[in-house]
Structures are given as structure tokens and as C-alpha cells.
Design a protein around this ligand. Structure first.
Ligand code: ADP
Ligand code: MG
Length: 548
């Protein structure tokens, strides 16, 4: 048509399309999940916008997704009556501007087709997966608040075309002209199977033609899963919903599903993933669970609903009491939100405690992935510090291989007259193991926790005791002596070596605040200790590194 324009794809998008077309054919049915998920998001966004401005619905509030095929034309169409896109949005979302996910997706590719295909949804590059099965993709769309429609078209080469069109219906239809080897996606039975498998939990109806006639029928369950009773739901239902939420191809390790009634009413369905996302340590990244208010989607990654030390938890919280126009700002400081978060944290703690007790292998796996995040807990959440402490696992001189020792295990093994829970912090595990500070403790057969994660200093600074026993660094001046020496003995020794000590003090003037006789050493001649109550040496080093 007259107004059609051709534009090049951004370089990274081009690269991505090449990859979709040439290397991701195993598991290729996931394209349908991605397009359905976009259609469902578009319906949610319209529903949300219509809360402010009902005219957007133009009398058609039955938001739904329709999937149909034309065997002669070899096309598969995914249509929604959601929010639609303006011309600018089409260009930004489907074309020129490389969205941040694109680069990250490309960087994360492993070369393993199955794994790479599973990354697609996670990085927000779902739309492009159409090209795995289509030789040409056409998008016809009209935004709910605009008169003019837009058509976008591409064969997945270097460019796409864009033009304005007349379009009576609001919303978007994506028309895939299937490749020759993609016949299976013209089969209604195959499509129904894929929809049930991947998209059953989409809260909007997904319709397909019922038979030859004009009738449409709903293929998915189309009800918000978390509103159903626990006894109605099978493990597969929970796992499927998790996939839909998280785009994680691995099954979750555990979940908790509750309907809370009391001063407030809310439902929550929270999952512990089996593996850490690639951006677990990216401070900029929003995180948290999805917030719904009375079944209406409000926002993704509502970080106020989950504390930072549980940022890996995925799921949904649906409140009956929050206002529908709640914003991130309102969430910041809201009494209801605080109480929901406290309830959610308690449930997750319970879930983890249960896993630690009854499924130790899964818990070990959990700890390996997320232990370092949990260690932020006592500092961030002093109210729950005791329960969090119960979840911690460490390496120790008894079990140096991996972090498996709980504080309770340690306490149960303490020597009868042992005064404290001893730990040693170091840059890495090897340094910890060879530290001269351990000598005296080894000799006395006292177990020492070996802490070499970056967060460990921060953790022990906020965890003064466990089970009534103080936590103490072996590098603190009095630690070893307290366990080993009679004071008299130390005094005698000091007297005996008075001259030597004096000379050493002079030689180290300004560098060491004191020089003392110690019984903590067995093989090494000397070691540095920190003043009782002073900053630990390792923490001093970390602060120096951070330029403080
Ligand atoms: P993501 O869904 O993770 O953002 P996608 O590649 O799947 O990434 O989609 C890119 C963007 O294109 C979406 O964020 C949305 O803005 C837009 N989009 C895709 N499909 C639709 C649709 N059916 N209706 C409205 N907007 C859509
Ligand atoms: Mg998407």
C-alpha cells in the first residue's frame, strides 16, 4: 500500500532472528506459549487501564484469546481483544530498538538447543520465537484508544515493513504463515494439546473453533489457579502455573498455597525455584511476586511484597483489601502491604524449615543456589533472625567440603564446657582451611565454622548468638585462650617473656596495638588477632577495598 515503509531491524534483533530460524527447532512449540502469553498480557493491561477509563472497553469487556487456522493459506492466527499497540509501540516492541533482554539472551546462549529455547521467555524475546515456525509474520493491531490500525510484517530477514490500516476491532492479531516443515501446527488437535500443556492457567479464555460451524469453545481452564482450593489442584497444575509465571523450565523445589482470612483477606501462591536466575545479584533488577487485587492483575515484581533476602521467591499474591489503583509508591508505605509481607515471609520460612527437615537433598540443592541470599536475612529482618539462623548452613572443620552444617548440628556437637560457637572468616575456603587460628581449636577438637562467602562478615555482624550461645570469631584476641588457658598460666608466660614482648612492641610500634603471649598456636610462630570488640581483620579489608 501507499503508506508502507520498510525498515531495517536493529543488528541484535537480526542476529536473534537468524538464531530462531536456523538453530532452535527442538521444542519449537513454545512459540505458541509465548504468543498466548503476550495476548493474555495485552488483555490484562486493557482490563487494568479500563478501571480508570471504562470507555476503553467500548462495550466489549469479554477479554479473550482466539486461535484459528486456515489450512489452504497455511496460516495460524492468534488474536486478542486486549490493549493493542500504536504505531510507535509496534516499532519499539517488535523492531528497531533492541530491548535489553535481546543482548542478554544472546549472551546467555549455551549452544544446547533445548536449553536455549527455554531461555526465550525468560529474556522477553518471546515474540520473535514466531519465526521458529513461520516464514512470514503479520501483526495487525489497533490500540484501544486510537482510531488508526497498524500492520507490521516481516519474513525474519533483515527488515520489516510497517503501514497504517483500517481495523474495526481493537487488539492484536498475529498471523503466522507456517514453514513447510511446520504442518503439525495446522492440526487443531495438536494445538489444543499444546495450549492445555503450556497455557491452561492463563486466566483468560483461549478459544478455538468448535467444529466446522461458527461456534467457538474454550480450550483452557481459564480460571485464576490461586483462587481454587488446594484439594482441587494436582502437582502438575502447580508446576504448570509456575512455568507460566517464571518461564523457568525446571520444576520448582517447593510451593505454598494459602487463603488467608482474618483482619485482611488474601490468597498467596509462592514458589521456591530450583535454580537461581541469571540476574539474582543484579541490584537494579526489580524482583518479587505478582500482585493482583480481587483477581485483577496490578503489577509484576511487586518488590514490596517480599523482602530482599527472599528475592528469589516467585508467585502471586491476590489481595481483597488493597485499592485497585494501588501504585508502587503506595505499596512503599502501606499498613496492609506490611502485614501481607509479614504473612508471606512466615509462610516461606515454614516452607523452607519443612524442606530442611524432611527433604534434606532438596534443601542442599536450595542452599547451593540461594544460601548466600538467605544470609542477608538476619541483617535485613531482625524480627525473624532466629528462624533464619535455623536455616543457615556452613562448612566447618568437621565438614569442610560444602555448606552442610547447621548451627543446631554445631551446638549439638559442642564440647561439654565449650563457651561459644566459633567461626573463622576468610577470602576463600583454602585460606580458611590453612589459617593458623585453627591450630589450637584442632588440638582441642573444637569445631570451627569456615565462612568464606562475601556476605558472611555481614551475617555474623548481625547474628550475635544462637540457642543462647554467642558466635565468636577465632581471630578475636581472647577466643582461644578462653577455651584453653588458665589465666595464671598466661600471666606466668608473659612474665617469663617480658623482654622479648617489649622488644616486639617497640619494633611494631604503630602497627600492632599490643603483643601478647598466646597458647592458641601449635605449629605457627605468630599470628594477627583483632582487638576484642574491634572490627575483624577480614571486615577491615573489605571496607578498605570498598574505599571506606
Ligand atoms: P515480553 O512479552 O517479555 O515483553 P515479547 O517479545 O514477547 O517480550 O513481546 C514484546 C512486546 O511486544 C511486549 O512487551 C508488548 O509490549 C508487545 N506485544 C507483543 N504482543 C502483543 C499483543 N498481542 N498485544 C499488545 N502488545 C503486544
Ligand atoms: Mg512475551
Amino acid at each position: 500500500t501507499a503508506n508502507a515503509q520498510t525498515r531495517p531491524f536493529e543488528a541484535e534483533v537480526k542476529q536473534l532472528l537468524q538464531l530462531m530460524i536456523h538453530s532452535l527447532y527442538s521444542n519449537r512449540e513454545i512459540f505458541l506459549r509465548e504468543l498466548v502469553s503476550n495476548a493474555s498480557d495485552a488483555c490484562d493491561r486493557l482490563h487494568f487501564a479500563a478501571l480508570q477509563d471504562e470507555t476503553l472497553l467500548q462495550g466489549d469487556g469479554d477479554l479473550q484469546i482466539r486461535i484459528s487456522v486456515d489450512p489452504e493459506a497455511r496460516t495460524l492466527t492468534i488474536a486478542d481483544n486486549g490493549i493493542g499497540m500504536s504505531e510507535q509501540e509496534v516499532v519499539e516492541n517488535l523492531g528497531t530498538i533492541a530491548r535489553s533482554g535481546t543482548r542478554r539472551f544472546l549472551d546467555s546462549l549455551s549452544g544446547d538447543q533445548r536449553k536455549d529455547a527455554q531461555l526465550i521467555g525468560q529474556f522477553g524475546v518471546g515474540f520473535y520465537s514466531s519465526f521458529i515456525v513461520a516464514e512470514q509474520v503479520t501483526v495487525n493491531t489497533r490500540r484501544a484508544d486510537e482510531k488508526q490500525g497498524v500492520r507490521w510484517q516481516s519474513d525474519g530477514g533483515g527488515e520489516f515493513s510497517i503501514e497504517t490500516i483500517e481495523r474495526a476491532e481493537r487488539g492484536t492479531e498475529v498471523i503466522l504463515k507456517l514453514r513447510e516443515d511446520a504442518d503439525e501446527f495446522l492440526e487443531p488437535a495438536r494445538l489444543r494439546h499444546i495450549i492445555r500443556r503450556y497455557s491452561d492457567h492463563i486466566g483468560r479464555p483461549i478459544l478455538m473453533p468448535a467444529g466446522e460451524g461458527e461456534e467457538w469453545e474454550t480450550v483452557n481452564s481459564a480460571s485464576a489457579l490461586w483462587t481454587r482450593g488446594r484439594d482441587e489442584l494436582k502437582d502438575e497444575d502447580y508446576q504448570g502455573f509456575y512455568q507460566h509465571l517464571s518461564h523457568d523450565s525446571e520444576k520448582p523445589l517447593a510451593w505454598t498455597h494459602n487463603h488467608v482470612e482474618g483482619r485482611q483477606r488474601y490468597s498467596m501462591l509462592l514458589y521456591i525455584p530450583a535454580r537461581a536466575p541469571f540476574d539474582l545479584w543484579d541490584r537494579e533488577r526489580r524482583r518479587g511476586v505478582r500482585l493482583y487485587v480481587r483477581r485483577v492483575f496490578i503489577m509484576d515484581e511487586a518488590d514490596q511484597l517480599m523482602p530482599g533476602w527472599l528475592r528469589f521467591v516467585r508467585g502471586v499474591i491476590d489481595s481483597d483489601d488493597l485499592p485497585l489503583n494501588v501504585s508502587r509508591e503506595i505499596l512503599q508505605d502501606n499498613r496492609l502491604v506490611r502485614s501481607i509481607r509479614a504473612g508471606a515471609v512466615k509462610k516461606v520460612l515454614g516452607l523452607l524449615e519443612d524442606m530442611a527437615k524432611n527433604r534434606p537433598e532438596d534443601y542442599a540443592r536450595f542452599w547451593e543456589q540461594f544460601g548466600a541470599v538467605i544470609k542477608e536475612g538476619p541483617a535485613e529482618d531482625p524480627d525473624n533472625a532466629e528462624r533464619i539462623a535455623g536455616l543457615l548452613r556452613f562448612a566447618s572443620t568437621r565438614h569442610p567440603e560444602s555448606q552442610t552444617v547447621s548451627l543446631q548440628d554445631y551446638v549439638d556437637r559442642m564440647q561439654p564446657d565449650q563457651k561459644a560457637i566459633y567461626y573463622l572468616t576468610a577470602d576463600n575456603h583454602a585460606t580458611a582451611m590453612s589459617s593458623p587460628h585453627l591450630e589450637a581449636f584442632r588440638k582441642k577438637d573444637i569445631e570451627v565454622l569456615l565462612l568464606s562467602d562475601r556476605v558472611d562478615e555481614w551475617l555474623v555482624a548481625h547474628l550475635p548468638e544462637f540457642d543462647g550461645k554467642p558466635l565468636k570469631s577465632v581471630a578475636q584476641a581472647d577466643s582461644a585462650e578462653e577455651e584453653i588457658d588458665s589465666e595464671k598460666d598466661a600471666e606466668q608466660q608473659a612474665e617469663q617473656h617480658k623482654d622479648l614482648l617489649e622488644r616486639l612492641r617497640k619494633a611494631l610500634d604503630g602497627q600492632a596495638s599490643d603483643v601478647r603471649v598466646s597458647r592458641r598456636l601449635v605449629d605457627s610462630p605468630a599470628c594477627l588477632v583483632s582487638e576484642q570488640g574491634g572490627l575483624s581483620l577480614n571486615l577491615q579489608r573489605l571496607l578498605k577495598e570498598a574505599g571506606q
